[in-house]
Design a protein around this ligand. Structure first.
Ligand code: ATR
Length: 275
């Protein structure tokens, strides 16, 4: 036995529900590939339990955590510092322990950009339509703007919520819209970001779609099937959010460990998850 056994980094994901989360599998894969020792558990926390369970995790030596639905906004109140991208997204999906307490960060937008890059989707000057204006949309819009897209239309069932999001972002390249049969323009990228696929309800897709935008569903698995089927029917290239899931996890892992996960490793994990 070595005198100083390697430190085991204590990590976790907090959410409600949480049993379905694939995060432990992702981070154990990265740890094995980089030779680091981690423990990574799923912690079920209802809204009224989040503070207590976070404190217990810190007291037990917690080093970092992922935060998922429905706590991405509420957890901001428990952060001692917020990264610029977490502030712009008004949501936190990653907590990292620092000398001054918890740093709250948001790696969703960076994850989406990495995955779009892997898939060869050109973003400079792109016209983007995002359907849905919830937390998922908030997480990705700042990153798309930074990547140089031309403009973004955020269309939502409740137009007031889309308007709200656009006002917070205060960037003339983002406009809000109600859901409509058509938007009177051609898009390069169409992102589906509603929760409709999770509720098995009909998807609010444009009836008239000019051009062939790259169609990206932020969900994966069965929740993305209807959208991807629709995209295929319209002759559009398409993908689900599995690549983004891997890439946002890689960004969180880097924050906790300073280890960069290569595109090849991400691709290997992606293939494993698809099996
Ligand atoms: P998330 O954090 O995953 O984005 P959310 O904040 O609950 O989840 O947001 C869910 C999004 O899906 C919202 O844009 C919601 O529209 P409303 O703001 O009008 O509620 C959208 N959504 C959910 N079910 C939908 C449906 N059946 N049709 C259209 N939009 C739907």
């Amino acid at each position: 036995m070595p005198d100083h056994p390697a430190r085991v980094l204590k990590l976790a994901v907090f959410g409600d529900p949480i049993a379905h989360s694939r995060s432990p599998e992702l981070h154990r894969f990265f740890a094995a590939a980089t030779g680091l020792s981690i423990s990574y558990e799923r912690i079920h926390a209802r809204a009224d339990e989040l503070a207590t369970k976070l404190h217990a995790f810190i007291a037990a030596g917690g080093h970092g955590a992922n935060i998922t639905v429905p706590h991405k906004q509420a957890v901001m109140a428990h952060c001692d510092q917020l990264s610029a991208r977490a502030v712009r997204a008004a949501a936190v999906n990653t907590l990292a322990r620092s000398d001054s307490g918890w740093l709250g960060d948001n790696t969703d937008g960076a994850g989406l950009l990495l995955d779009l890059q892997d898939k060869g989707v050109e973003l400079t000057g792109a016209a983007v339509l995002i359907i849905g204006a919830g937390g998922a949309t908030r997480g990705i819009v700042p990153a798309l703007l930074d990547a140089g897209v031309g403009h973004i239309v955020v269309a939502n069932r409740s137009a007031a919520k889309a308007q709200d999001l656009v006002q917070t972002l205060a960037d003339s390249r983002v406009v809000a819209s109600a859901l409509k049969p058509g938007y009177g323009e051609t898009f390069d990228l169409l992102i589906h970001a509603t929760a409709a696929g999770h509720h098995n309800s009909a998807l609010p897709l444009p009836e008239i779609l000019s051009g062939h935008p790259y169609c990206y569903d932020l969900s994966y698995g069965t929740a993305s099937h209807n959208f991807l089927h629709w995209a295929a029917q319209h002759g559009c290239r398409h993908c689900d959010g599995l690549g983004m899931l891997v890439a946002q996890a890689a960004e969180s892992f880097k924050l906790w460990t300073d280890q960069t996960i290569s595109p090849e490793l991400r691709a290997a994990l992606f293939r494993q998850l698809q099996q």
